[in-house]
Write a protein that binds this ligand. Structure first.
Ligand code: ARG
Length: 459
């Protein structure tokens, strides 16, 4: 049987394989709410411009609400033969209200319809991502406030570099996530133009009111070029790109949690709620949630690369290739939301092990820079010379098997005669972090200022 929506020129129905490769209803049913909202706005506009009768528009708008409730309650019968969500909804509307249903598609095409539905879905996901990011930021702020002066090692190359504070480290992620949220907000603002009314590609000869539908559907304005409106998916690519960057940040933090929770580091204890055991090794407590957050970027970036690859080289305007946009975005969005929620849960539950953090901060000659700075400040050495003198003291301590504060004053003097006992004041980790008072530095007062600024911003 030929298709009831577009089968006028067809004598035969599709091959089963054709139906299988062509149908998108298996996944685009997730656009049902957007599809119905868009159709209701379109029907209202068709009536207000006199293109269809108000009574028909009313029947359409009411019938669509019935369809929506059938979908929401799970009684709706989806049909693969009807290809996609757009035709499934319209066919059911026809069952429900009869002839007026056939007037809904006036001045519209599935090309602008799907561009509209998907844009509205992605727009909602931008909002949801921002909510998820801010929830994680708030969890990080709680950790940062608790540990604004807990000392821990800061690393470069994963080698001990200089002491920092727990709060400072948490706030680093708050900053990264803040940029992530702003990327979603930027993308949202840019995508907020309505494609509805572009019709198949060229616009329509019906006297439609695109401003009216744009406003009704929460858009800032109608998209200005009908070809562009149906042909581009850059809004989805921006969402995916922002998601990839955010997932990359989450992955780095997850990796740190995996390292920090190891027996070799013992910086943090992860809660039972976000850990799993081993079926063979009874002692094990594995950071599976952190590992999975670390991994989610794989599929999120995969979706990004996937959709770029689908879109590149497509001539204007719509091609069926573009139906391959949705599954990638759905999966990436689900993955990102889950990763954000898991991270928020983990961060809320983390116990920072203050003593191991402090012990690690004090080891590995972490205050060597403080010693070099002391030589500059108190003995007037050029920094390069101070660096060299300090390096010799590090080598000496390493040979002695001790840390810098354990060297005697005589040993210190052997490297440079100007060193006095006041040098020992700067070798402690608390003094070290307290001295880094430059803007954005790790001094607890600086960290508290960062926390205060973000608390106000997120309030
Ligand atoms: N299911 C299609 C998609 O997801 C809807 C648009 C179909 N348009 C068309 N001209 N065949 O892209």
């Amino acid at each position: 049987n030929a298709n009831s929506m577009w089968g006028g020129r067809f004598a035969a129905g599709p091959d089963a394989i054709m139906e299988a490769i062509n149908a998108s209803i298996g996944f685009d049913r997730r656009l049902a709410a957007q599809d119905i909202e868009g159709s209701r706005a379109h029907a209202a506009m068709l009536a207000s411009t006199g293109i269809i009768e108000p009574s028909d528009a009313e029947a359409i708008r009411e019938g669509l609400l019935t369809v929506l409730s059938e979908i929401e309650t799970g009684t709706f019968q989806f049909s693969t033969a009807l290809e996609d969500i757009h035709m499934n909804v319209e066919a059911r509307l026809k069952d429900l209200i009869g002839e007026p249903a056939g007037r809904l598609h006036t001045g519209r095409s599935r090309n602008d319809q799907v561009a509209l539905d998907f844009r509205m879905w992605v727009r909602d996901q931008c909002d949801a991502a921002i909510v998820g990011i801010e929830a994680l930021q708030k969890a990080l702020l709680v950790q940062a406030e608790a540990g604004a002066d807990w000392v821990m090692p800061g690393f470069t190359h994963l080698q001990t570099a200089q002491p920092v504070t727990w709060g400072h480290h948490m706030m680093a992620y708050v900053e990264m996530l803040g940029r992530d949220a702003s990327r979603f907000a930027d993308a949202r603002a840019r995508m907020n133009e309505s494609p509805l009314g572009a019709a198949a590609l060229a616009g329509t000869s019906f006297p439609i009111d695109r401003e009216m539908t744009a406003t009704a559907l929460g858009f800032d304005r109608p998209a200005a070029n009908s070809l562009d409106a149906v042909a581009d998916r850059d809004f989805a690519l921006e969402f995916l790109s922002a998601s990839t960057i955010c997932a990359m940040h989450l992955s780095r933090f997850a990796e740190e949690l995996v390292i920090w929770s190891s027996a070799q580091f013992r910086f943090v204890t992860m809660s039972d709620r976000f850990s799993t055991g081993s079926s063979i090794m009874p002692q094990k407590k594995n950071p599976d949630a952190a590992e999975l957050v670390r991994a989610k970027i794989g599929r999120i970036m995969g979706a990004t690369v996937g959709l770029f690859t689908v879109m590149k080289g497509l001539p204007l305007t719509y091609s069926k290739d573009m139906q391959e946009d949705k599954e990638q975005v759905f999966d990436a969005a689900d993955s990102l939301m889950l990763a954000l929620a898991a991270m928020e849960g983990m961060v809320g539950d983390i116990t920072a092990n203050v003593d191991p953090l402090r012990a690690a901060a004090a080891s590995g000659f972490s205050t060597a820079t403080d010693l070099a700075d002391w030589l500059v400040r108190e003995a007037g050495l050029p920094f390069r010379d101070a660096h060299h003198v300090t390096g010799r003291l590090v080598a000496l301590a390493e040979a002695e098997g001790c840390d810098l504060p354990d060297l005697t004053l005589d040993q210190m003097k052997s490297a440079h005669g100007a060193i006095t006992s006041s040098v020992f004041d700067v070798l402690g980790v608390d003094n070290s972090v307290a001295s880094r008072t430059s803007y954005g530095g790790t001094a607890p007062d600086q960290v508290r200022a960062q926390i205060k600024r973000w608390k106000e911003r997120l309030a």
